[in-house]
Design a protein around this ligand. Structure first.
Ligand code: UDX
Length: 456
């Protein structure tokens, strides 16, 4: 090729905005589109309208370099590009576990209709297997006569909070359904990461779609596995953190995603495993349905467990008790509260009559918008103030770094439920706290499963 391919990115959420900025960083000319005028105005002004470390610098650099611009006009973006990334959301439907594909369909249709010259549509959104093939047919049907359109699937594995690093330095680039020409184009786009060692996996469309959801399902399974083991640890007086370290040394297992606690939330893992469960059912793959159902149930059970532990710690009821909640985001380093286990627990305690004060270093604003009835306060001490039980529900450093001796002065009762096992237990106990973890605790009276010495 004489000139580098130009890129459009349809959808400017976490995925799209990060992908657009990263592609500009890799040297390409990028136009990012989104119908949300307020969001686009923010990006144009150099402001990232959500919390994502490092994205603001990348955005500023490439608004300056002139390689990145934003528009509300998809047709304008499409006309200015050769490769069109579809990065719109696929949320869970309100009435079932299925993914809502309305945005993907609308985006593919709009790109195809707007093509002014040959192009490649690259789906990045997480979709149920079989969607890409339908989108390919849709694009082919809607592209103007005489214009050649190809559609491939290139799933994204970025984590919120680490989106910039994950996008610039992925472990692998998966491309499904590409012709030799499209594959060469994608290799050109990702030449930087590939030269750094990212694996390039070329496959068919359904494999590419399934790689993404299987990766998320596996991660979710690891978390629910360790939470199930944590339950045994609690019953047996074992320590799940040491156990996770010890099994994690085995490279076949690996230590990552073995932190027991309140479980997974966010905009991806929960809805992706449910969508996979739903799709597996449609396809008659019932073993996957059963497995994923268990993973989901264990995960949601962790939230109930922490609610029950709080009720117990408060003496059986939280009615009019003051509960301090540390954490609102579904994990640290984000202001995202979608399907947040922390807010789920906080809201449930509020419903049971507790006076709940929540503090989160980044998600106070988004939390307040989503749960206007909860009281959001400013700072760890303010959340802990006069509390009967203090809950740590998201493992921000601000919480593990907090001084337990200082907090001991402001609370009503020195009881903390460390639902992310992130506190230095010894230091908190030394400051007079009763620390209750998940899968970490004092040995209870262990019922024996059978008489040890059978009497004949
Ligand atoms: C996830 C996948 O990691 C990413 O590859 C995919 O592209 C999108 O979904 P993300 O939703 O950003 O990313 O969050 P992640 O860092 O995976 O954490 C998910 C949830 O699991 C969080 O609620 C976190 O608190 C929880 N978690 C994670 C645990 O409970 N224990 C662990 O050991 C790890």
């Amino acid at each position: 090729r004489a000139t580098a391919p130009r890129i459009s990115v349809i959808g400017s959420g976490y995925l799209g905005a990060t992908h657009a900025a990263a592609m500009a960083e890799l040297g390409f000319e990028v136009v990012a589109a989104d119908p949300d005028a307020a969001k686009i105005a923010a990006f144009q002004a150099g402001v990232v309208p959500f919390y994502e470390p490092g994205l603001d610098e990348l955005l500023a650099r490439h608004l300056d370099s002139g390689r990145l611009r934003f528009t509300t006009d998809t047709a304008d973006a499409v006309a200015a590009a050769d490769i069109h990334f579809v990065c719109v959301g696929t949320p869970q439907r309100a009435t079932s576990h299925a993914a809502n594909l309305d945005y993907v369909e609308a985006a593919v249709a709009e790109v195809a209709r707007s093509l002014t010259h040959d192009g490649v549509i690259v789906g990045k959104s997480t979709v149920p297997v079989g969607t890409a093939e339908r989108m390919r047919e849709l694009a082919t049907a809607l592209a103007p006569a005489g214009i050649d359109v190809e559609l491939v699937w290139n799933p994204e594995f970025l984590r919120e909070g680490k989106a910039v690093g994950d996008t610039l330095h992925p472990d692998r680039v998966v491309v499904g359904g590409a012709s030799a020409r499209a594959e060469a184009l994608l290799r050109e786009l990702y030449a930087g990461p590939i030269s750094e060692g990212a694996a390039f996996v070329a496959c068919d469309l359904p494999t590419a779609e399934l790689v993404k959801v299987s990766a998320n399902a596996f991660l979710a399974t690891k978390i629910s596995f360790i939470n199930a083991i944590a339950e045994i640890c609690t019953a047996a007086g074992a320590d799940v953190r040491t156990l996770a370290d010890a099994i994690g040394y085995d490279p076949r297992i690996g230590r990552a995603f073995l932190d027991a606690g309140l479980g997974f939330g966010g905009g991806c893992l929960p809805k992706d495993i449910r969508a996979l469960m739903h799709r597996s059912g449609e396809l008659g793959a019932l073993q996957a349905v059963g497995l994923l159902q268990q993973v989901d149930e264990i995960n949601m059970g962790q939230r109930q467990k922490v609610i029950d532990m709080t009720l117990q710690a408060a003496g059986g009821s939280v009615l009019n008790r003051r509960i301090g909640v540390l954490g609102a985001a579904f994990k640290p380093l984000t202001d995202d509260v979608r399907d947040s286990p922390a807010l789920n627990v906080a809201a449930a305690l509020h419903l049971r009559g507790a006076q709940v004060g929540v503090f989160d270093p980044a998600a106070g604003e988004t939390g307040r918008r989503m749960f206007p009835t909860l009281s959001f306060v400013d700072g760890v001490a303010a959340a802990a103030q006069a509390s009967d039980v203090l809950l740590v529900l998201t493992e921000w450093d601000d919480f593990s770094d907090a001084d337990p001796a200082e907090l001991a002065q402001v609370v009503h009762h020195r009881t903390v439920i460390d639902a992310r096992n992130c506190l230095d237990r010894g230091a908190w106990e030394a400051a007079g706290w009763t620390v209750i973890g998940l899968g970490v605790g004092d040995a209870p009276h262990l019922p024996s499963s059978a008489p040890v010495f059978a009497v004949a």
